[in-house]
Design a protein around this ligand. Structure first.
Ligand code: SF4
Ligand code: SF4
Length: 119
């Protein structure tokens, strides 16, 4: 079983995808980046924002992992939502994904995946 957390773009969430319904559907259908889990069990540990501009994601992930640990849960994989991917690709998002992925994976021991659903 994989324990998954999802981060969303604080500037976009609830403007492009209300209530993050697309990611919930994507998880259920193993759509997009969730296809990597196949028939394996998936558990959503939590969803939170990216920490807001100018890219305060690292402290956000620290808080997320600490809260999860305090609740007796772990985070195996953190997905940066498709909203974050689009912000990086089409807007002025300051996140340098490869650098951040390396830093988060080294520090917190969880895998970082860019993207969620494909809708
Ligand atoms: S891509 Fe996912 S995490 Fe981002 S706003 Fe849409 S449903 Fe929420
Ligand atoms: S840092 Fe990027 S993902 Fe986060 S709010 Fe700003 S534009 Fe959105």
């Amino acid at each position: 079983m994989a324990n998954v957390a999802i981060l969303y773009c604080k500037k976009i969430q609830d403007h492009s995808c209300i209530a993050c319904a697309k990611c919930h559907k994507g998880m259920a259908e193993r759509n997009g980046e969730f296809s990597r889990y196949g028939d394996g069990e998936l558990q959503l540990v939590g969803m939170t924002d990216c920490g807001d501009c100018p890219g305060l994601t690292f402290p956000r992930v620290k808080l997320l992992t600490e809260v999860a640990k305090g609740l007796g849960r772990s985070v195996d994989v953190i997905h940066f939502g498709t909203c974050m991917k689009l912000a990086m690709e089409t807007a002025d998002c300051p996140i340098e994904f490869e650098d951040l992925k390396f830093a988060v994976e080294q520090k917190f021991g969880c895998e970082v995946v860019l993207g969620t659903h494909s809708y």
